[in-house]
Design a protein around this ligand. Structure first.
Ligand code: 6PG
Length: 247
């Protein structure tokens, strides 16, 4: 049952499959609305494991046949700074699960490509976004986000300087070794989106999801709490295992 909290609308699903079908259906709806209203649809993708099934569903009927793919522009919410064929690459996962199987013009898929010089890659990506939005507000039509067990989202990790970023739209994030550098959209940019959907599944997320949604506002410890679209929809698509701690 939908449950509208101050932190957005929460929809609980029996399992990852039904959650993923809802996410794919929402993508289709948002894509149709944006293409009709503005002639194009911009989406920023999450990495990690949870969204993979959603991506696979979008690459196959019925969802695949519902999207006007030449109007779709694909960005990423974050990327690990590894080579494009590295198994840890978020872009590689999305290409294999989905993007290589639908007719989006290759020029409309914008990987972050930060394996070399993460800072420079972050600056280039911000320039790309500024050009895409033509100097206007950077209002992505849809952002898919995940939730780490430590409360991070995108590559906004606890106690990292990027959490304090208020101006830049894209930033390089240095984690502790052996984790590679990352590049991430920042909270100021993510909060300009027209719609943000967190996809959260599995028992390992039950504790952190309860803290993020029902606990005190402590974004340095729980960066996902930074995500509050200023004038957009916030939707939490969660499975029952992850929702176990919610009222
Ligand atoms: C990444 C993701 C990251 C992810 C969370 C949850 O680059 O890893 O963007 O923010 O969404 O870590 O990952 P899972 O879905 O695999 O639990």
């Amino acid at each position: 049952m939908p449950d509208n909290l101050g932190t957005g609308l929460i929809r609980v699903f029996p399992d990852l499959e039904s959650l993923s079908r809802a996410a794919a259906a929402w993508f289709v709806r948002q894509a149709k609305e944006a293409a009709a209203a503005r002639g194009r649809f911009s989406v920023a993708l999450s990495g990690g494991g949870t969204p993979r099934r959603t991506y696979e569903l979008l690459a196959a009927p019925p969802y695949r046949d519902e999207v006007d793919w030449p109007r779709v522009h694909v960005f990423w919410g974050d990327e690990r700074c590894v080579l494009p064929d590295d198994p840890r690459s978020n872009a590689r996962m999305a290409r294999e699960a989905w993007l290589d199987r639908v007719p989006i013009p290759r020029s409309q898929i914008y990987p972050m490509d930060c394996a070399q010089a993460p800072e420079g890659a972050a600056r280039r990506y911000e320039t790309l976004l500024r050009e895409f939005f033509g100097g206007g507000p950077p209002r992505l039509d849809l952002v898919f986000l995940g939730l780490g067990a430590d409360g991070h989202t995108a590559s906004l990790f606890p106690q990292t300087p990027v959490l304090k970023e208020r101006e830049r739209w894209v930033a390089a994030v240095q984690l502790t070794e052996p984790e590679p550098y990352r590049v991430s959209l920042t909270a100021p940019l993510l909060n300009q989106a027209a719609a943000v959907a967190f996809l959260v599944a599995g028992p390992s997320k039950a504790g952190v999801l309860k803290e993020v949604l029902h606990g005190p506002y402590e974004p340095d410890r729980l960066p996902a709490q930074l995500i509050r679209p200023e004038s957009g929809e916030l939707l939490w698509l969660v499975d029952e295992a992850a929702a176990a701690g919610l009222q």
